[in-house]
Design a protein around this ligand. Structure first.
Ligand SMILES: NC(=O)c1ccc[n+]([C@@H]2O[C@H](COP(=O)([O-])OP(=O)(O)OC[C@H]3O[C@@H](n4cnc5c(N)ncnc54)[C@H](OP(=O)(O)O)[C@@H]3O)[C@@H](O)[C@H]2O)c1
Length: 326
């Protein structure tokens, strides 16, 4: 089968597509013919060996995928050949086939395209967990989303609207702000402008942000926290800008505010019941068409490097997806 293979941790230009043997299937596992894989920020770090955990070399990157069950010996958890699924795994999704345990999978509702399914689970679960299980946002609250046209940011805009919040989307370019608006943002703001906090204050009628969804980090995070409302909650999601901010401790005191961490990787083990509840809510919204996940750009498998580069050069709108088999 064809697969992207990382033989040495390196920039994406040095990673190649190879012909490798199909993975072996063990009892209790399923073989999936991968139709599409979503590219996340973490995948880009893992390839370069820059992520907090390192995958042993050689490895096939890619953590999120959609496809069709090709082999299901003993039909574990009721999965049968031909069923359409989406899944999440530690690695291996940028390949024509992947072998996983049934716990990694969810059946795909009818009518959901593979590109959509491959853009779904990580970002939308992160957004829903952050906004509902951590910030406990309620209808009518003002939500500020930083990096609002990125993968997690777009998910937070859409989930925020579904939960009844008033969403203000912060992004660096006109094109990105238009993308955020098209996905439901009530108002947009250019947070690269010096006076952006004054504009934000006006947009909230002087109130500030009840909840801040922050996948960006750096100096912007501290500025955003200064614009938080009384009893506001600032969700620490990621550090796409590179720097981990340091927040002066007097700010939470003065604002009556809280800093809340969000880590998708730990939800399955630490809060399995919460994950189950949130996934069934997300899949319900997906099946009913209430939630239409934003697919950014779709690339052919041969062009996988372009998908990574688009994300790594801050030019992505939404999630980048690699289409693998027809
Ligand atoms: N905590 C969790 O469970 C969890 C889950 C998923 C992802 N994450 C993390 O969240 C972060 C964002 O992930 P994502 O998938 O949303 O990424 P993304 O699609 O690349 O979006 C990140 C956004 O950050 C902004 N940004 C500001 N400075 C940047 C820079 N120097 N380089 C790139 N982007 C920059 C960009 O928006 P503007 O150009 O508009 O500023 C961009 O749209 C990553 O650190 C990722 O590891 C965490």
């Amino acid at each position: 089968m064809k697969a992207v293979v990382v033989e040495q941790y390196a920039p994406i230009d040095q990673i190649a597509l190879k012909d490798v043997p199909s993975p072996r299937i063990e009892p209790g596992q399923l073989r999936i013919r991968v139709e599409a894989a979503g590219i996340g920020f973490v995948d880009g770090l893992k390839i370069q060996g820059l992520y907090q955990t390192k995958d042993p070399l050689p490895f096939i990157p890619g953590t999120e995928f959609a496809g069709i069950v090709a082999e299901a010996p003993g039909e574990p958890a009721g999965y049968r050949p031909g069923m359409r699924v989406m899944g999440m795994t530690r690695s291996g999704a940028l390949a024509e086939e992947i072998v996983v345990k049934p716990e990694a999978l969810h059946p795909l509702p009818d009518g959901v395209a593979p590109e959509v399914a491959a853009s779904f689970r990580a970002n939308y679960l992160t957004a829903l967990y952050a906004l509902s299980a951590r910030a406990m946002i309620v209808a009518g609250e003002q939500l500020l989303v930083l990096g609002a046209a990125g993968g997690t940011g777009t998910a937070a805009v859409q989930i925020g609207k579904l939960l009844g919040a008033r969403v203000i989307a912060a992004a660096s370019t006109e094109e990105k702000r238009a993308f955020a608006r098209a996905h439901g943002a009530d108002a947009v703001i250019d947070y690269t402008q010096a006076g952006w906090r004054d504009t934000f204050k006006e947009l909230t009628g002087g109130h500030g942000a009840d909840v801040i969804f922050d996948p960006v980090g750096g100096e912007i995070s501290v500025q955003a926290f200064r614009s938080i409302a009384w009893r506001g909650r600032h969700l620490v999601v990621g550090f796409a800008a590179g720097a981990i901010p340091a927040l002066p401790f007097n700010l939470p005191l003065l604002k009556g505010g809280a800093l809340l961490g969000v880590d998708l990787a730990q939800i399955p083990t630490r809060e399995p019941d919460v994950q189950k509840r949130l996934m069934s809510q997300l899949i319900g919204w997906l099946a009913e068409g209430e939630l239409k996940p934003a697919v950014g750009r779709v690339f052919a498998l041969e062009d996988f490097r372009e998908a990574f580069k688009t994300m790594q050069t801050r030019s992505a709108l939404g999630k980048m997806v690699v289409r693998i088999s027809k």
